[in-house]
Design a protein around this ligand. Structure first.
Ligand code: HEM
Length: 400
C-alpha cells in the first residue's frame, strides 16, 4: 500500500454491465495486490493480477475458504450467515471438502454432462416456444434466464419441477436479499423444504443425483438428511443465479457486438469458444471468491498476515494485459484458455461443464430460432444488478 493514500472501498461498482469497475485496471497497473476497505471497516487484500490470483486459488492450505473463521472476509451484511447454508462445499477446506466434492463429482464430468444435452435442448426448445407464444417485447430473464437452469438442475437432482418457483425464489433470496434477515429466512425455508424432499425421495428412487446421495450416503450413515439437503442448496445456489446471470448478460453482450454474433451465425463451430470468451469477459462471480490467510505469507513483496482477508478478483485477472491480449475486447476467436471465471484449484467450479452445455445450447437455439432478436429498450435502460453477490441484470427486455 502506498503510504498516505486513501484506500478504495470494496466492492467497487461496474459502470457498464459487461465491464469490471475501472479501478481494477488502475490498481492492477500499480501492483498485483492492493489493500481495500470492506463495508464493515475491515481491511482486506484485493488481488488483481492473473499470475498471483491463479497461484493463490491453487494454494488452499495458505488461503482458506473456511466460512466459519471469524476473520473470513464478507462483502455485505447479508452474507454473514452464509455458513449456515454453504459450508457443505464452498466453505469447507481440506479432506472434508474433497470428500464432499467426490460425492458429487461423478455426475458433473464432461461425459455425464454430454448425456444431459438432449434434456437441456428439450428444455431450451420448450422455453423458446413459450417466448415466441408470448410475443415481444418480453423480459428474457423471467422467461428464459431463470427457468432454464432451475429446470435443468431439478431434472439432474430428480426433483419435481413443480417446485421450481420455490427454488428460484429462494436461491435468489439467499444471493440477492436486501438484508441478513431476509437471506437467513430464505435459506432456512429452503433447507426445511429440502429435508422433506429428501424424505419423500426415499420412496421414489431413480437414476438421478439425489437418489445416488440417498443410497450411497444417507442410507449408509455417510451423511444426515440435513447434510444431503445442504449439498442440494450448494448446487442450487451454485447453479441457478450464476447461469441466469450468464444468460442475461451473455445475450446482451452478443446483441451489443453484432459482428461477433454474425461470426457465430456463419460458423456455429465457433460457439464453444464464444461461450468461453463470454465467461472470461463477463466474470460474473467476481465477488464470490474470498479467502482468509492461514499463516503469515509473502506474495509479490507484500506480507499477508494470518487472518487477513483476501479477495481473488476473477474479473481483474481476466482483464489482465499480462495474461490476455487486448483483454477489454470481446473477441470470440481469441483463446480465452486460462481464464479464471470458474475459479481454479480445489474449489474450481463443480458445474463448469454443465454451465457450458446450458449456455451453448441456449445461445445456439435462441439465435437460430429468433434471428431478428434485439433489445426492446436502449442499452442505458437495461437494469443492472448493483450491490449484489453476482453481476447480472434484473431484466432484459427483448423483441424481434
Ligand atoms: C454459469 C456460470 C458459473 C460461474 C461463473 C461459476 C463460478 C464459480 C466459481 C468462481 C467457483 C469457485 C468458488 C471459489 O473458489 O470460492 C464456483 C464453485 C462452484 N460452482 Fe460454479 N459457476 C457457474 C455455474 C455453476 C453451475 C451450473 C453449477 C452446478 C449446478 C455450479 C456449482 C458450483 C459448486 C457446487 C461450486 C463449489 C465447488 C467447491 O467448493 O468445491 N456452478 N463456481
Amino acid at each position: 500500500m502506498t503510504a498516505g493514500k486513501e484506500l478504495h472501498e470494496y466492492p467497487m461498482q461496474r459502470g457498464c454491465p459487461y465491464h469490471p469497475p475501472t479501478e481494477y485496471n488502475e490498481l492492477s497497473e500499480e501492483a498485483p495486490l492492493s489493500r481495500v476497505r470492506l463495508y464493515d471497516g475491515r481491511i482486506a487484500w484485493l488481488v488483481t493480477q492473473h499470475k498471483e490470483t491463479r497461484a493463490m486459488f491453487a494454494d488452499a492450505k495458505l488461503f482458506s475458504s473456511d466460512h466459519d473463521n471469524p476473520a473470513f472476509p464478507i462483502l455485505a451484511e447479508r452474507e454473514k450467515n452464509f455458513p449456515e447454508f454453504t459450508q457443505e462445499l464452498f466453505g469447507l477446506d481440506g479432506e472434508l471438502h474433497q470428500k464432499r466434492r467426490r460425492m458429487l463429482l461423478p455426475r458433473f464430468t464432461l461425459k455425464q454432462v454430454e448425456r444431459l444435452r438432449p434434456m437441456i435442448q428439450a428444455v431450451a426448445d420448450e422455453l423458446i416456444d413459450d417466448l415466441l407464444r408470448h410475443g415481444g417485447p418480453v423480459d428474457m430473464v423471467t422467461v428464459l434466464g431463470r427457468p432454464l437452469p432451475s429446470r435443468v438442475i431439478c431434472k439432474m437432482l430428480g426433483i419435481s419441477y413443480e417446485e421450481h418457483e420455490l427454488f428460484e425464489v429462494h436461491a435468489q433470496g439467499i444471493m440477492q436479499a436486501a438484508d441478513l434477515d431476509q437471506a437467513v429466512k430464505a435459506g432456512r425455508e429452503l433447507l426445511d423444504y429440502l429435508v422433506q424432499v429428501v424424505d419423500a425421495k426415499q420412496q421414489d428412487l431413480a437414476d438421478d443425483l439425489l437418489s445416488t446421495l440417498i443410497t450411497t450416503q444417507l442410507n449408509t450413515g455417510g451423511l444426515t438428511s440435513i447434510e444431503v439437503s445442504k449439498l442440494m442448496v450448494a448446487l442450487l445456489i451454485g447453479g441457478q443465479e450464476t447461469t441466469t446471470s450468464m444468460i442475461g448478460l451473455g445475450t446482451l453482450t452478443l446483441l451489443e457486438h453484432p459482428d461477433q454474433l454474425a461470426l457465430i451465425r456463419e460458423n456455429p463451430e465457433l460457439l464453444p469458444g464464444a461461450v468461453e470468451e463470454l465467461m472470461r469477459y463477463l466474470s460474473i462471480a467476481d465477488l464470490t471468491t474470498l479467502r482468509v490467510a492461514t499463516t503469515d505469507v509473502e506474495v509479490a513483496g507484500q506480507t499477508i498476515k494470518k487472518g487477513d482477508g483476501v479477495i481473488l478478483s476473477t474479473a481483474a485477472a481476466n482483464r489482465d494485459t499480462r495474461a490476455f491480449d487486448q483483454p477489454d475486447d470481446f473477441d470470440i476467436r481469441r483463446s480465452s484458455q486460462g481464464h479464471l471465471a470458474f475459479g481454479h484449484g480445489p474449489h474450481r467450479c463443480l458445474g463448469e461443464n454443465l454451465a457450458r452445455a446450458e449456455l451453448e445450447i441456449l445461445f445456439s437455439t435462441l439465435f437460430k430460432r429468433i434471428p431478428t432478436l434485439r433489445l426492446a429498450v436502449p442499452l442505458d435502460q437495461v437494469s443492472m444488478k448493483v450491490g449484489m453477490t453476482l453481476e447480472g441484470l434484473h431484466d432484459l427486455p427483448v423483441t424481434w
